[in-house]
Design a protein around this ligand. Structure first.
Ligand code: SF4
Length: 655
């Protein structure tokens, strides 16, 4: 009997139209847990590093996490893994909603696609019955519209549908996969889905998930719920509003956007509007948001209500969560009403709400600089908002200049030339970042930006406050119930961290402390991504209900696997190292690990090199960021060392 997981994957070869239910190896669960960890193992084993993202040999994996679909609050993530057309590295994008639990109830831990379908299809997984169906009638339809049409066609209102819009069909590099209340948006996973000819994956599951020690597990889950309630009643004082509570940043609840509008960059991530927020704007934005927000909604088995149903008069209703309400608004120097209107179209098209607005602002900046010309924008309306709607349509349809821009700012700049590269200034590893430009280098953030494999800072940061508390009283207050720390030393790091002087950025936290902090933050994200638990309840917020001290017990009682903190840390290291090895095999090196040049005004090249050296050393990687033979051996991954050795990436002396 397998516990928490089903023990079966669904393997679908789209070129041959073959569907198989394949039993999985329980030893891999012990080593990698599940979700991201076992996805990485499959990619390592089965997709050679030379494989192009749009090759039929590339795999597209949809995975539940090890705890997904169990009664643990927020255990609902779908982890989508493949090779990214944008970064050419491993992409792993997460979505919340309801899809992963439904898949587990249908009897599968993962769906693995290989090959390509010659025609547009959708896959219908109805417990044991799995079909590949024609989707030609859905071609060009929006992601939300597709989901509704399929549910009507199948007469299955309770089915969960993960679908792409036109952007995915046209292999736009920022194409997302949309799923009702959530989306897997980053790194082009929707483009790979479109390339494989999959319009949607529809799931209905009505089976049970077994638990090893259900009474014990339920008790732990109830403790988590109780803690969530306590945290709701006790917001963290002294930090910005979105960091005071739990959940993904609760943007649908909050209307106070002073911090974002004044600190994030507008346009193509260059301009800060320090004086933007005032009483009048606050009133207006509050009214706009409350008028269109019909109700707050949650993902499966979660009380946090991070998303909202948005209904703007004249256009169809959609769901929004997080920052999309601001990203379009700020890219276009417009207001919130515009953000809500364009986000509806973008959601139906299925595009990433972080990268896409920046790509559009980048294009208009190139036009102002005469690098792009009037001919590139023939037919473009003259009003600001009309321009953005027009360009979004061109990108998603890959028409004219939209075809170039559809590959993101890095690749578009390469193609356009004429100095356009200088305008694609907000990328890490070819991927658009949050539009932030700051003053003083923060050593912890430097390391996270530089080395994170998921490349998005919101998927790496968390746990440790982003900046020091001004007074000792505030720090003491913060650390006194900080039960989540893996080690008491983190409290000291925070207590000693000052806004100014010797113990302030960039030299404090010190190099070694910075490495410790990053390791803790990464550890929690990698564990969440393997367990399928929402980062909004674990790795992202301050003082979350899930942490390194209660996870082992939860895992043991759910799965029957004997787990303690050391074992869980080892599984994290294994997964982290394997993802690194996959990317190393695809060419990632130290030279790629750098935040945008202008991310901070004050840079410290010598310190930055020391930070990278110390981080690599801590991880057991060599000077170039490549795991050593010794490290791989300690993690039981000699097979990785042998492969890297055969390819001449590491040599016998290393380790
Ligand atoms: S915390 Fe928010 S994003 Fe996370 S599962 Fe709950 S509702 Fe979804």
């Amino acid at each position: 009997m397998r516990y928490a997981e089903t023990g079966f994957n669904l393997e679908i070869d789209l070129s041959r139209g073959n569907i198989e239910r394949v039993e999985t190896d329980p030893r891999l669960t012990e080593l990698h847990l599940g979700g991201l960890g076992t996805n990485a193992k499959i990619l390592w084993d089965r997709v050679p590093p030379e494989t192009e993202p749009f090759s039929p040999d590339n795999l597209l994996i949809f995975s539940t996490g090890l705890l997904g679909g169990t009664p643990a609050t927020g255990a609902n993530r779908t982890i989508v893994s493949t090779y990214s057309p944008q970064t050419l590295l491993m992409a792993y994008s997460m979505m919340g909603g309801f899809w992963a639990p439904e898949l587990k109830y249908a009897g599968y831990d993962k769906v693995i696609f290989r090959g390509k379908s010659p025609n547009l299809i959708y896959v219908w997984i109805n417990n044991d019955k799995v079909e590949i169906r024609d989707a030609s009638h859905l071609q060009g339809k929006g992601a939300g519209e597709t989901a509704e049409l399929i549910k009507q066609e199948l007469k299955e209102p309770n089915a969960q549908v993960a679908a792409i819009g036109l952007a995915g069909e046209n292999r736009v590099y920022t194409a997302s996969i949309e799923q009702g209340r959530s989306s897997a948006s980053r790194l082009g996973v929707g483009a790979v889905m479109g390339d494989k000819g999959i319009k949607a994956i529809v799931v209905r599951g009505t089976k049970d998930v077994n638990l090893a020690r259900p009474a014990e597990y339920m008790e732990l889950c109830n403790e988590v719920l109780k803690y969530i309630k306590v945290r709701e009643e006790h917001p963290v004082p002294g930090v910005m509003t979105i960091l005071q509570g739990l959940g993904s940043p609760q943007e649908m609840k909050h209307v106070d956007e002073e911090w974002h509008t004044q600190n994030f960059m507008w346009g193509n991530a260059r301009t800060r509007k320090k004086d933007y927020w005032n009483k009048e704007v606050e009133e207006k934005w509050k009214e706009t948001q409350e008028n269109v927000r019909k109700r707050l909604i949650s993902c499966y088995n979660c009380p946090m209500k991070c998303g909202a149903i948005i209904s703007v008069p004249g256009i169809s209703t959609y769901m929004m969560k997080c920052f999309s309400k601001l990203t379009y608004t700020m890219a276009a120097y417009s207001d919130l009403d515009f953000g809500f209107r364009i986000a509806q179209r973008a959601t139906e098209y299925g595009v990433d709400g972080f990268s896409t607005p920046q790509i559009m602002a980048f294009a208009f900046e190139l036009k102002e600089a005469s690098i792009l010309t009037d001919a590139d924008f023939a037919g473009c309306p003259s009003d600001n908002e009309g321009k953005f709607f027009w360009l979004l349509d061109r990108i998603v349809r890959r028409e004219g200049i939209g075809d170039v821009l559809a590959n993101g700012t890095h690749w578009a700049a390469q193609k356009i030339g004429k100095g356009a590269e200088a305008y694609a200034h907000n990328n890490i590893k070819k991927h658009e970042q949050l539009p932030l430009k700051l003053g003083m280098l923060n050593p912890v953030y430097f390391l996270m930006y530089a080395t994170g494999e998921k490349i998005n800072i919101t998927q790496i940061e968390g746990q440790f406050p982003q900046s020091p508390f001004p007074t000792m009283e505030e720090r003491e207050e913060f650390v006194k119930d900080w039960i989540q720390v893996p080690d008491e030393k983190f409290k000291r790091y925070l207590l000693d961290w000052e806004l100014r002087g010797e113990r302030s950025n960039p030299y404090y936290p010190t190099v070694d402390m910075s490495v410790d902090i990053v390791d803790w933050q990464e550890k929690m994200h990698y564990i969440d991504d393997a367990l399928g638990v929402c980062a909004g309840l674990s790795s992202f917020p301050l003082k979350p209900p899930y942490h390194i001290h209660n996870y082992p017990h939860l895992i043991s009682s759910a799965t029957g696997i004997d787990m303690d903190e050391a074992g869980l840390t080892q599984a994290y290291k294994r997964n982290r190292t394997l993802v690194r090895a996959i990317n190393v095999r695809r060419g990632l090196r130290r030279a790629d690990e750098k935040p945008p040049e202008d991310h901070w005004k004050k840079r410290f090249p010598e310190l930055e090199e020391k930070l990278l050296d110390a981080y690599y050393k801590f991880k057991g990687w060599n000077h170039d960021g490549i795991p050593t033979k010794e490290t791989l051996h300690d993690l039981g991954m000699d097979y990785v060392a042998e492969d890297l050795q055969q390819r001449g990436i590491i040599n016998n002396e290393q380790g």
